[in-house]
Design a protein around this ligand. Structure first.
Ligand SMILES: Cc1cc2nc3c(=O)[nH]c(=O)nc-3n(C[C@H](O)[C@H](O)[C@H](O)COP(=O)(O)OP(=O)(O)OC[C@H]3O[C@@H](n4cnc5c(N)ncnc54)[C@H](O)[C@@H]3O)c2cc1C
Ligand SMILES: NC(=O)c1ccc[n+]([C@@H]2O[C@H](COP(=O)([O-])OP(=O)(O)OC[C@H]3O[C@@H](n4cnc5c(N)ncnc54)[C@H](O)[C@@H]3O)[C@@H](O)[C@H]2O)c1
Length: 556
């Protein structure tokens, strides 16, 4: 096994070795030469990118006895660990806990102070490991995976990857079996005049923030924008404005989800601007209130703060990834459907967060050398094989394949691709293939109320040609919800395929519904007939009793 410290581009500068002596330098170079030799001696699988997707491909292939090299240019753990899921949920959690206490008379009286942002940021720093991957690397190396620090690029030869280290050193690795691209994505910055010059926050700057801006404007009311808008409002931002091009927040979910989140945001004091977009952004000179200068965002005309009712019927749900997900250079974010170009009013803020979707990290990956389009998502088949590449050796998993931009789906695809590469078959003797992406993608937006869903929305199911019947009940209408707190809002809905009498979708909004969605995932994946679900008895008094109410509402 070769450790990153001995071969990694960022860590191998011989001058930094103990004493910096000539002998030390020689030993370091010898070690490096041995390491490279060992690397080239046997590599079965090369994985580019060590986020959740890449790590799990590497780990499962190594567990199966393959020699795996993983190439990472930043931190092992990827976006999720340092600038995505973990820090965002850490910033959300304190406000969620306070809101839960305020729903319980008696406990509410004890909530007297405000959140302590410094303590919240300190906890965030702990949970992201101080932006170091020291605690994540051993998971790989203990499995015998070789970690190479550097940027991977396809050369165009089958199964070959060139790695450039931070100091510019280059080496070429060739795998005997497969190359797996797991390079993830980064925030899309749409071509709005002045936006890039205003140096907007993206998910990285927002989740790594060390101060709470007094005024924050958020472009995009999808998962990133909605979660972080509420997190910063509850952390103490005095003014938060969300600007969403679609008619609703969380536009791909059931309509009620976005509407309930909007209502909750407005109750929290967040301004929501739907069906509009920014047409110009300017950052002014720093003044006494702002260290970076205030940002003035000009919106397209005709979209004051308003409700989703104005725009009912424009659901774009059912896509496996976002309207806001773009190829590099794609200007579709300027879609006219988001409002006309005439200038409306302005919003002034101290920071602007761009959260309008993701761009795949494929711009400098050598895709053209294998016949694919750089800067686009890599299309894959159900074995996660890249479509359009001869020879059956190039796979893509995680955000970069664009199927579902979620950590748990990235990890699922990773497990599948490892099984494809190692030839592992399921219990029925069938070769591994990706089933879940086409059947049941679970997703939780960690706003308050949460929007937790799996499978198809009712609209998406109908658009897919299914004959469905959907029923809904109030999430707060069961005894379990009453015990948890007063005034719990939310809706629970199931979508049933009438021809098979099985669930194809479910959505639960309300506090803590994150823990309710997996039951629906199991029901969908296992194709449990609703008559059989009748015998899955929810405990009393839990909020899961909504399952019973839903089945009664359905007619059982
Ligand atoms: C603010 C935010 C919150 C989120 N919250 C959630 C959540 O709560 N739940 C959820 O399921 N998902 C969430 N996501 C989505 C989740 O972060 C991604 O789906 C997940 O990180 C994808 O994993 P990945 O391995 O495909 O890519 P990434 O995590 O992006 O990892 C890719 C890795 O590849 C490396 N890399 C890129 N190019 C190269 C190259 N050429 N050579 C070498 N290395 C390279 C990168 O440095 C990176 O480490 C969130 C995303 C954001 C932005
Ligand atoms: N809790 C979670 O699981 C979680 C949290 C955050 C992110 N994610 C993942 O990350 C992905 C990316 O999140 P995201 O929020 O960046 O994308 P998104 O697709 O979820 O939302 C982007 C939103 O921006 C809007 N938009 C696009 N261009 C716009 C413009 N010019 N002006 C105003 N609005 C515009 C779109 O209509 C869309 O509603 C998500 O699809 C999700 O898969 C998941």
């Amino acid at each position: 096994m070769i450790l990153a410290a001995t071969v990694g581009g960022t860590d191998m500068d011989p001058d930094t070795q103990a004493g910096g002596t000539q002998a030390g330098d020689t030993r370091a170079r010898d070690a490096q030469a041995l390491a490279v030799h060992a690397l080239e001696a046997r590599v079965d699988v090369i994985v580019i990118g060590a986020g959740p997707a890449g790590e799990n491909v590497a780990g499962r292939c190594a567990d199966a006895g393959l020699a795996v090299t993983i190439v990472e240019r930043e931190l092992v753990g990827g976006e999720c660990s340092y600038w995505g899921c973990i820090p965002s949920k850490t910033l959300i959690r304190p406000g969620e806990v306070l809101a839960a206490a305020r729903r319980v008379p008696g406990a509410a009286a004890a909530v007297t102070g405000a959140l302590d942002p410094a303590a919240v940021f300190a906890r965030r720093d702990r949970l992201v490991g101080g932006f170091s991957d020291d605690s994540q690397v051993p998971w790989l190396t203990d499995k015998g995976v070789t970690l190479v620090r550097g940027t991977g690029r396809l050369t165009g030869r089958p199964r070959q990857v060139e790695v450039t280290g931070a100091d510019g050193d280059r080496r070429v690795l060739t795998a005997s079996r497969a190359v797996v691209v797991a390079t993830g994505s980064r925030a899309t910055v749409p071509p709005i005049p002045g936006l890039a010059d205003a140096e907007p926050w993206d998910n990285r700057s927002a989740t790594a923030a060390t101060a709470v801006p007094r005024r924050l404007v958020v472009l995009g009311g999808g998962a990133v924008g909605a979660e972080l808008a509420q997190a910063f409002r509850r952390l103490g931002s005095a003014e938060v404005t969300v600007v969403e091009g679609s008619p609703r927040l969380l536009a791909r979910e059931e309509e009620f989800a976005g509407e309930q989140v909007r209502a909750a945001f407005e109750a929290d004091g967040i301004t929501v601007r739907l069906g509009t977009r920014a047409v110009d952004v300017r950052r002014g000179r720093p003044d006494s209130a702002t260290s970076r200068g205030p940002v003035t965002v000009t919106l397209a005309a005709g979209a004051g703060p308003h409700s989703a009712d104005d725009h009912a019927g424009s659901d774009r749900s059912g896509r496996s990834h976002a309207e806001g997900d773009h190829a590099e250079g794609d200007d579709s974010v300027r879609d006219d459907s988001m409002g006309d170009d005439s200038v409306g009013d302005t919003v002034v803020a101290d920071e602007i967060l761009v959260a309008v979707g993701r761009t795949p990290a494929t711009g400098d990956l050598g895709l053209a050398a294998v016949g694919l389009q750089p800067g686009t998502f890599i299309e894959v088949d159900d074995r996660l094989l890249a479509v359009g590449v001869d020879g059956g050796w190039l796979y893509a998993v995680g955000d970069v394949c664009g199927r579902a931009l979620l950590t748990h789906m990235a990890k699922y695809q990773a497990r599948i691709v490892a099984d494809v590469i190692t030839g592992r078959r399921d219990a029925a003797g069938e070769p591994a293939r990706d089933v879940a992406d086409g059947l049941a993608i679970p997703r939780v937006t960690f706003t308050d109320p949460q929007a937790s869903a799996v499978g198809l929305t009712e609209r998406a199911a109908r658009e897919a040609g299914l004959t469905v019947r959907a029923v809904s009940v109030a999430t707060g209408g069961v005894a379990g919800a009453s015990v948890r707190g007063e005034g719990i809002i939310g809706t629970s809905k199931i979508v049933v395929d009438e021809s098979r009498r099985v669930l194809v979708g479910a959505t639960f909004t309300g506090p803590d519904t994150q823990e309710m969605v997996h039951a629906a995932t199991i029901a969908i994946v296992a194709a449990v007939p609703v008559e059989r679900l009748w015998h899955a008895v929810p405990s009393f008094p839990t909020v899961c009793e909504v399952w019973l109410r839903l089945l009664e509402e359905y007619g059982l």
